[in-house]
Design a protein around this ligand. Sequence first.
Ligand code: SF4
Ligand code: SF4
Length: 500
Amino acid sequence: MTQLGSFPGGLLLDGQKRRSTQTAIRTTPISKKLILPMQQHIGEAAQEVVSIGDKVLKGQKIAQANGHMSVCLHAPSSGTVTAIDKQPVPHPSGLSAPCITIETDGEDRWIKRQGVADYSQLSDHEIRQRIRDAGIVGLGGAGFPSFIKLNPGIHHVIDTLILNGAECEPYITCDDMIMRERAKGIIEGIIIMRYALRVTQCIIAIEDNKPEAIVAMESALEKYPETDTIKVVVIPTRYPTGSEKQLIEVITQKQVPKNGLPLDLGIVLHNVATAYAIGRAIIHGEPLISRIVTVTGTDVKHAGNCETLFGTPISELLNFCNTHRHKDVPFVMGGPMMGYNLTADDLPVIKTSNCILVGVDNTSHQSTAMPCIRCGDCAVACPASLLPQQLYWYSRAKDLDKTREYNLFDCIECGCCSYVCPSEIPLVDYFRFAKTEIMHKQQEHQKSDIARQRHENRQARLEHEKAEKERRHLQRKLALAATQSNKEKAATGNNVGENK
Ligand code: SF4
Ligand code: SF4
């Protein structure tokens, strides 16, 4: 039995998960038009490798990883590329971004898939490369490129792989359902990751409010003789246990150091759905072209989990689940605690779209916020041991240096502080805003540093060219003088000869 740890703060929330776990995972019909943002992950956007008018097959690469922290993008179904342009994307900023649009042909014809039944034929480098080529990113919601997490580098020795099946946000059940229905595929992915990382133990962490998932994963493990280093660990249900640092603290009783990474503790953490995607990519040669999305909320008649192709308009997914949404009322992408509001439902489903929540209260309290009464409830609830009220004052005053001093970047944006605040201050909104401001300023600094460096390089080049010119001029002058002197010497010699 594993001795479990705990983290400070956190909340016991009403899970609201029953609504979306009453039916098996369904498949959303193929949309006539799929809109695929070239950036669906943390890092650099992929670069298109198709042109307008190109015919593409399901699973065909349409954008190439571009930069270190980037992954490829694939056609989710067969059809024709009809546009490569900026389109609105699901993001709190409401901004548009470069997208590839595919008009599907309804045939859903695959490319030739090249899986490797025996993963041990591949080196860990080849496995990472295949995972990158398959466009796999963390499917828990963060969208971090998965191949990077499987490459700890020579300075870290990894002994533990933790599979995150905690799914602590209310309403979201896509991880629960994938564990119930595709446990075998998840184990296949875990075995591959275990091999790539050379770890000695793998822990599948599942909250105790998911008994069916626990049984399914344990039964699947029994069928694999080589899974003696993989075990299911049942953890108490408490929000936000599913966050990386909090889950590590619960499982290992160790804290990830401030400004540090799980790698510093010899730990790598992946989501269970990511493990499934890795198994499909390596064994079956299938790139990541769809995901399971929870569609739930009081306005959704047939709530549930839907395997949905990336690029599918959210409106079609909502129709499929028989949703009665009032057009001007926002819905939530993600869970009620960490998700964000959207109003346009013609936006596409992307790799990080774990849940669409329609018809519940969200964490935005802006219209009813009252002054802070310094009760300290927010600090008690904070799982990162921060002082949210102080962070609030400094964020509101735009004193960004102070927010950093109070460890703003340790805030995991869980929303526990906003949730308990009796003054209904949307604290987490202030923190997101302050983070964005700081990152914006950093980018500006970087840009001006680059511009200054460029200017200094240019000055140095000009000075070097000037000095070089002067040197050559001097050389020519000296050469001329030497020639002149030689001529004169020769002339003097001739004269002497003639005089003899
Ligand atoms: S919970 Fe709200 S009112 Fe209480 S100290 Fe924190 S910010 Fe202020
Ligand atoms: S949102 Fe940030 S400050 Fe608020 S409770 Fe969560 S970690 Fe703490």
